[in-house]
Design a protein around this ligand. Structure first.
Ligand code: TYD
Ligand code: MG
Length: 462
């Protein structure tokens, strides 16, 4: 007797599975459950990998080291984020909002690899072969004859194509458009995405071929479907930027073959993406330096400092008894904390003010080293005082109003001097190890937020 196919209800927000339909998921989402068929256990790949033959434990010390063979993407910024190119047999997920430039980055990579004499298969479920050709012609110029395209949404057909073509690099754009015959849920549903992820992993590992998978996320950063394959892939890259601005930032959130602290920078131009090795200069090029509410800061990303501008706008609250705090690029909780410290330690009446904050250039800094710049930008806007010189501010603000040191301050100072800053306000503990003046740039070591404000407004020339 044929076994009845089992079904489960899967939350499309978080992937939670329930045998029964539920109105609200444990993740808080309402009406998010969709009935999906359970596949007969073909074996999760991880399981299969470890089931093959019984193995005995090895002494870790004596386990041989692997030298990963990497494929050059021909794009320095991408190579760097990946840790030196694509490791053979690895799965790389690249996520980003629609229209940010994922397909452009991918086609440029594909063509570079093909030019290097490798066979590349670009599978697209989003565009026709003609559309891909149009873009490729525009951004790559003369195309290599090792670059193959396939407009296909059925993953089994992709498998067949790979068996025939035996590519050295496979690209799938995007995972949400692909479906497997084995499931009857719609493309983009959690179980389809998971299944596609498993198939691609098998394909990649079995033929030692890197696989690039494109995934869409929405404005709110929702990676629902693709999130369920994050554990499966080796690298998760995120491509961000503002659509109407040129700058695009590529960052690794997970990388089994490199660090996650490197970022890659590009500008989107008429002929595709162009690398930006000097990211700080580009960020600062159009900056509103020395205007009210704008303060520049820096974080150390991977192997280089990145400078960017923080802008604040403080205006009397529009609603009675209700003031708005909106931050783009900085954690809202962090912003509230900095505002509270300023109210308490500087006696600033910010309670009835709307405060807006923006990190310019679409960069999303991690960590707390940008706190002081946030505080100074708010101060500058509230008091209507512009920075007296080209000023850079560094430091974490503690609840006591004291400043805590940042990492790699010396290298940030050197870069700031090169870029023409003339005043750096930083925690004293950092400044103690640096000269008072580096080039034309004066260093102000301060202990707390009040001292920082004083240094910020100081009009002396000494
Ligand atoms: P695309 O790579 O299609 O984005 P995604 O795959 O992430 O959805 O690029 C989308 C935008 O980039 C498109 O609106 C136009 C712009 N663009 C350029 O400005 N120059 C170019 O050379 C290309 C190919 C695209
Ligand atoms: Mg695309």
């Amino acid at each position: 007797m044929a076994k009845k196919a089992k079904t489960v209800y899967v939350c499309q927000e978080c992937g939670y599975e329930s045998p029964r339909w539920m109105g609200q998921c444990i993740c808080g989402a309402w009406n998010s459950f969709v009935e999906e068929k359970v596949l007969p256990d073909t074996g999760d790949d991880t399981r299969q990998r470890f089931k093959a033959g019984s193995r005995s434990p090895s002494v870790l010390k004596s386990v041989g080291t692997l030298n990963y063979e990497r494929l050059n993407t021909g794009i320095g910024e991408l190579n760097r984020v990946l840790g030196g190119g694509m490791v053979k047999g690895s799965l790389i997920l690249i996520s980003g909002e629609p229209g940010i430039g994922k397909s452009t980055l991918i086609i440029q990579t594909a063509e570079n690899v093909a030019k290097g004499g490798h066979t590349v298969l670009y599978v697209s479920g989003e565009e026709s072969e003609e559309q891909i050709k149009l873009r490729a012609d525009r951004v790559c110029g003369n195309l290599s004859d090792k670059l193959f395209v396939l407009a296909e949404t059925n993953i089994e057909n992709v498998e067949t194509a790979c068996e025939n073509l035996k590519p050295d690099l496979l690209i799938v754009d995007s995972i949400q458009t692909m479906y497997s015959d084995q499931l009857d849920s719609a493309p983009g549903s959690i179980s389809q995405v998971r299944q596609i992820g498993n198939v691609l992993m098998r394909l990649g590992k079995s033929s030692d071929m890197p696989v690039f998978i494109v995934a869409h996320v929405t404005k709110s950063g929702d990676l629902a479907g693709p999130k369920t394959v994050e554990h499966l892939v080796d690298c998760v890259l995120n491509f961000t930027g503002e659509r109407d601005q040129e700058i695009r930032v590529l960052r690794a959130y997970k990388n089994r073959f490199g660090t996650t602290s490197e970022i890659g920078a590009f500008t989107m131009e008429e002929k595709g993406l162009r690398e930006v090795p000097d990211i700080s200069a580009t960020f600062l090029e159009n900056s509103a330096a020395q205007t009210e509410g704008s303060v520049t800061t820096s974080i150390y990303e991977g192997s280089r400092p990145v400078m960017f501008e923080i802008q604040a706008l403080v205006t009397p609250a529009s609603g009675v008894g209700f003031s708005r705090r909106t931050a783009v690029g900085i954690d809202n909780t962090r912003l509230s904390m900095i505002i509270a410290v300023m109210e308490k330690k500087l006696g600033m009446p910010l309670g009835n003010e709307d405060i807006y904050l923006n990190v310019v250039g679409g960069i999303r800094p991690d960590g707390t080293g940008t706190d002081l710049a946030v505080a100074l930008a708010i101060y500058s806007s509230f008091r209507r005082i512009a920075p007296v010189e080209r000023t850079l501010a560094l430091g974490e603000v503690g609840l006591t109003g004291d400043l805590r040191p940042v990492r790699n301050a010396e290298r940030i100072v050197k870069e700031a001097a090169r870029l023409g800053f003339t005043r750096i306000i930083m925690p004293r503990s950092n400044a103690e190890r640096i000269k008072d003046k580096v080039g034309n740039c004066r260093i102000f070591g301060v202990r707390n937020i009040s001292e920082a404000i004083r240094a910020f407004q100081k009009e002396d020339n000494g």
